[in-house]
Design a protein around this ligand. Structure first.
Ligand code: SAM
Length: 299
């Protein structure tokens, strides 16, 4: 898979991210989520939900049995992908599938019944129109893209109780083996700076900042913990589609840093080439430090 023949598909990136996220999710926070979930049919709203990998995970991991699950994402391509992909994995998992209306998918068997609604919208427009708050709000790999603290206050209006806020980036990206210590550190610093300067908001230290933002938004932290992405090869190979995941991470580096006045173009191109070769050899190790939270809204 070299750069010439590589097609960068965001949907495939989200698919390739599943096994990385499965390992990363903080299991103490996850166990706390399971013990706090009310024992009744749930209403769940997931914001910035992409193609719906979290609903698949929660059904497969036995967390969601009977639920109305609203999945909100602003990208029409993600909603279109979810529309085709959700029935596919559900059937493969032995679930029956019914489409009650456009953008409504029911997946069920004798013990499970989940009604999924796909909503293509900017989350802040969705908040204005949503009539029924959820038992659980989920924001997975999303909050570090938003302006804070105001976004959190608005998002928490979507829940009557719990919020599971996962994979919030927190200031450390590590790529091994080293290419050049000073250059690696310089590129990491510039990459994080692009997260802090995005016009749509976001922060490279979102994880640690959430401790303050959550308190200020009038919510209580029930559990918190690290959820680092850690990707490494074994015997020269990465599991699942994780080589693609790594290529996409380098694509993010390339897209955010191209034309950066603080980075020589040729030096950066050479660095990217060396990093891509490390992926091809199964040598590249990637760590991104992130944090998960389970939060309860104070009534
Ligand atoms: C990093 S992706 C994570 C997707 C998904 N949670 C996952 O982990 O597979 C962030 C997602 O947020 C969506 N997004 C960004 N800003 C948004 C907004 N203002 N309203 C709704 N969705 C948004 C993007 O379209 C994208 O799918």
């Amino acid at each position: 898979m070299n750069k010439i023949e590589m097609e960068y598909s965001f949907a495939r990136y989200l698919l390739s991210k599943q096994s990385v996220d499965d390992r990363a999710l903080n299991k103490d926070v996850f166990n706390s989520l399971k013990s706090h979930l009310p024992q009744k049919p749930l209403r769940i709203i997931e914001v910035g939900a992409g193609i719906g990998t979290m609903v698949k995970r929660l059904v497969n991991w036995g967390v969601v049995h009977h639920a109305e699950y609203v999945l909100v994402d602003e990208m029409p391509e993600n909603i279109a992908h979810a529309q085709a992909w959700i029935p596919q994995w559900a059937q493969e998992a032995g679930l029956s599938v019914e489409r009650s209306a456009e953008h409504h998918i029911r997946i069920f068997d004798t013990t499970r019944d989940v009604n999924i609604q796909l909503v293509q919208a900017d989350v802040f427009d969705f908040i204005q129109n949503n009539k029924t708050p959820a038992d659980l709000l989920i924001a997975h790999a999303f909050l570090d893209l938003l302006p804070m603290p105001e976004s959190l206050t608005k998002l928490l209006t979507l829940t009557n109780g719990l919020a599971w806020l996962t994979l919030n980036f927190d200031g450390v990206t590590t790529l091994e083996p080293t290419i050049d210590t000073a250059l690696d550190a310089h590129i990491e610093r510039l990459y994080h700076k692009t997260m802090d300067e995005r016009c749509t908001g976001g922060s490279s230290k979102s994880g640690r900042q959430l401790f303050t933002h959550i308190r200020q938004a009038g919510a209580e932290i029930l559990a918190a913990g690290a959820s680092d992405w850690l990707v490494y090869g074994m015997n020269g190979k990465y599991p699942q589609d994780e080589a693609y995941f790594l290529h996409f991470i380098l694509h993010f580096f390339e897209e955010s840093l191209k034309g950066n006045a603080e980075l020589d173009e040729d030096v950066f191109a050479d660095w990217l080439k060396k990093r891509r070769t490390q992926i091809e050899r199964g040598e590249l190790v990637y760590v991104a430090h992130q944090m998960d939270f389970l939060v309860k809204k104070n009534s």
